[in-house]
Every structure is written in C-alpha cells, then in structure tokens.
Design a protein around this ligand. Structure first.
Ligand code: PEP
Length: 246
C-alpha cells in the first residue's frame, strides 16, 4: 500500500506576507494521513522551513541545477537545497520544458543531481494537447521517462514521478480519472521493467486538481497523490485536497 503524497507547486507566486498567511493556514489545517509538501520559489525556502518547523509538512523547490557548484550564474544546486533542508525538487515541469527548452536528458541529469544530494526529484512528464490528439500520449511520456530511467539506472526507484498532461495544467481542464489512470498504468509498467521497486513508487497526477475532483482521481489504483498548482495557493483549497488524499 503506497502512502499518498500531495505536493503544492506555488510556481512564481507569493510574497513574504502572503506566504506567512498561507503557511499558517496549513499549519492549522493539518495533520493529514497523506504525506504533504510545498514546493516554493527559491527565495522563500528558508522562511518556509521556519514556518513549517514541527509540522508534518515537507518542503522543496521547483527546479534544481544539473551541476553541483561552480560558474553557473543564476543556478541553484541540489547541494544547496539539501543544505536548506529541502526534501523534494520538482524537475521537468512542462513550464520549464516549454519556456526554458529543457530536454529529456537535462531533466534526467537534474534528477540525478538531486538524488546525489539526498533531495527526491519529482519528475514531471506529460503530453501536449496536440500530442494527445495525434495519439502520441504514450510515446511521449514513455520517451520522457526512458531518459530518466537510462540516466538513473538502479536509482530510478528513488524518484517520485508526476504525470501532468500539459493541456490540463492551469487550464481548468482535468484528465478524467480513467484517462489519468490509463497513463499512470503505462508509466508503472515501464517502471516495473526497470526496477523491482515499482510497486512502492509514487506516481502523482497534476493538472487542475481541486477538492471536487481529487477524490475520484486519487481513488484510481495507480494515482498515488497530486501535484497541485493553482489550488495550492489557498490554505483551505490545498487542505481540502490533502484531506481527500487521506
Ligand atoms: C502544476 O503546475 O504542476 C499544476 C498541476 O498546476 P494546476 O494545478 O494549476 O493545473
């Protein structure tokens, strides 16, 4: 039995004042039986750590460098994230793949760098609407995951995987539970061929998950939690999803 994991992805949102309200709201709303984490913008990691001290909530970043240290202006390494107590780093979010031209291999290298420093990468895969309509969903997500499997080899069992159909992110469109489950099952089968740990690995769904669709999505056999964007910015909305996961 896999314990559910709900992760908030704040994206490039927040301010010190707004974060304090949100994190205080989460402190009050918990505990939950699911594992819960928030992935916050880099500048807010330390304050998030302080605000969440003594709670069950973990925290992390929304990206990390593929490099350990050195002349990489603007980059943040997983060594630094580990130093700040981050448990997770999202890698390969579709917004980074699209706007920062991150390749499958770069995403895999970032996942490897995260693991090397004790930070669990939450590796995102997902197809665009055009790819889905062209019947390419399986091909695309399997290609994206294959790069990570190839790069991490025996460590692949240590990642968290997130299926995030690009057409469902921030659009209000959600994959039906059946659509999501079908892709999750494909991904688990691919993981199964790569590691004996696949049954213990968590595959999250992300894409306009909200309190009112969370129960049905999280009720699917291969959906082990959620990666939540918009609905993670209000404590009550996020807490309701965390409860649904419990
Ligand atoms: C995300 O950005 O990972 C995401 C799932 O966003 P939203 O929940 O807003 O669709």
């Amino acid at each position: 039995m896999r314990k559910k994991l709900v992760v908030g992805n704040w994206k490039m949102n927040g301010s010190r004042a707004a974060n304090a309200v949100l994190l205080a709201g989460l402190r009050e709303a918990g505990p939950w039986s699911a594992d819960v984490a928030v992935c916050v913008p880099f500048p807010y990691i330390t304050e998030t750590a302080l605000a969440l001290t003594g709670t069950q909530l973990a925290y992390g970043s929304q990206d990390c460098s593929a490099h350990e240290q050195g002349a990489y202006t603007g980059e943040v390494s997983s060594l630094m994230l580990h130093d700040l107590g981050c448990r997770y780093a999202i890698v390969g979010h579709s917004e980074r793949r699209a706007y920062h031209h991150e390749s499958d291999q770069l995403v895999a290298d970032k996942a490897k760098a995260a693991l090397a420093h004790g930070v669990t990468p939450i590796v995102c895969v997902g197809e665009t609407l055009a790819e889905r309509e062209a019947g390419q969903t399986e091909v695309v997500v399997k290609r994206q995951l294959a790069a990570v499997i190839h790069t991490l080899t025996h460590c692949i069992g240590e990642i968290v995987l997130a299926y995030e159909p690009v057409w469902a992110i921030g659009t209000g469109l959600t994959a039906t539970p059946e659509q999501a489950q079908a892709v999750h099952a494909v991904l688990r089968t691919q993981l199964h061929a790569a590691t004996q740990k696949s049954d213990a690995m968590r595959i999250l769904y992300g894409g306009s998950m909200k309190a009112d669709n969370a129960v049905a999505l999280l009720g699917q056999p291969d959906i082990d939690g959620g990666l939540i964007g918009g609905a993670s910015l209000k404590a009550a909305d996020f807490a309701a999803i965390c409860r649904a996961a419990g």
